[in-house]
Every structure is written in structure tokens, then in C-alpha cells.
Design a protein around this ligand. Sequence first.
Ligand SMILES: O=c1[nH]c(=O)c2ncn([C@@H]3O[C@H](COP(=O)(O)OP(=O)(O)OP(=O)(O)O)[C@@H](O)[C@H]3O)c2[nH]1
Ligand SMILES: [Mg+2]
Length: 180
Amino acid sequence: MELTFITSNEGKFREAEQIAAKYGISLKWKKMSYLEPQGSSLEEIASLSAEMLSKELKETFFIEDSGLFIEALKGFPGPYSSYVFKTIGNEGILRLMDGVEDRRAYFLAVIAYFDGSEVQTFTGRVDGEISTEMRGSGGFGFDPIFLYNGRTFAEMGEEKNAVSHRRRALEGFFTCLSDR
Ligand SMILES: O=c1[nH]c(=O)c2ncn([C@@H]3O[C@H](COP(=O)(O)OP(=O)(O)OP(=O)(O)O)[C@@H](O)[C@H]3O)c2[nH]1
Ligand SMILES: [Mg+2]
């Protein structure tokens, strides 16, 4: 089975491709950015984005909206993770968290799948902590500052795909497809 994944983010595509292969699913990368409406939750943003794209594209596809949520910062950067990464980046997050004791954070990924008639969403979450310094060279985005069981996602390399928010969201998605 082949599915079209619409994203401008190569890191996301590469990881999704590796995870999908374990389910015997191949992914076609439709590399494009798309308008993301402002929304209070990733679920809302992902489903609205997919609804808008479905009007434009006459094919089935899925997208993913994901983000890093930091408890001590009241969930920031959350739905604004992409913009925050491009502006202040990991260094900026570490500066905001300088001296902050509560390091709890989680990643969320929401897959929105358009099957030709409706949009369905699948959510994955992984809990961790914000490190006090950047570590590791793997992964992408905030991976060098996201600690999971003592290692950053960037230090975990492919092992990240076994536990990540992306893995958990895709697992729900692919399981639902195989039940159809
Ligand atoms: O360290 C990370 N490990 C991850 O596994 C991960 N997944 C998402 N992110 C960050 O959160 C933003 C999502 O924003 P986002 O979902 O809008 O993606 P994006 O704008 O990069 O691509 P697109 O899919 O929208 O085209 C991205 O910029 C990334 O910085 C991650 N960071
Ligand atoms: Mg985006």
C-alpha cells in the first residue's frame, strides 16, 4: 500500500518512512508547505489544514502537525513550535528554561488523514524532560534538548522511532487502516 505524506519537513518524512516500512506501507513524499490556520490545539490545526488541502487536492493524503509542550512554560511552544524553532531555536528554549527546576515536557504528533471523503485524526504523545544543554547529533528540531530516560532524542538515533510521538500517532493510523 502507498500513502501520500504532505510535509515540508524532511526529518518528519524520513522518520515516518522508516516507521511505515515496518507495517509494509510505502510513503510518497509530497514536499510542500501549506497554510496552517491558527488553532488552540494540534488536533484542530491538523484537521482544519487537512480539510482545506482536501478542497485543493483530488487525492488521499495525510499530514502531521506536531510540537513540543513545556509544562513550566504553560505548554509553550506547543502549536507554535515550528516558528519558535526557526526563530529562537534550542538555544532560546534553554535560555527560557535557565534555572527552572520543573523540566517536564512532552511531544505531541497529530496525523490528519483525508481518505477521499472525510478527515480522521490520530494522536501520539511521548513524555520527557528538557535537558540543560544540547546533546547528540541525530534527529531534527528540538531532539538535542528532549530527554527520554536519560538520553536526548538526538542521542538515541533510530531508537527514537520506537518510542516517539510520531511512532505512536502513526501506529494508531496504520492499525486503523489495516482494520478497514
Ligand atoms: O526535535 C524534534 N523532534 C521531533 O520529532 C519533532 N517533531 C516536530 N518537531 C518540531 O515541531 C515543529 C513542528 O511543526 P510542524 O508540525 O508545523 O512541522 P513543520 O512546519 O516543520 O513541517 P510541516 O509538516 O508543517 O510542513 C517542527 O518544526 C519541529 O521543530 C520536532 N522536533
Ligand atoms: Mg508546519
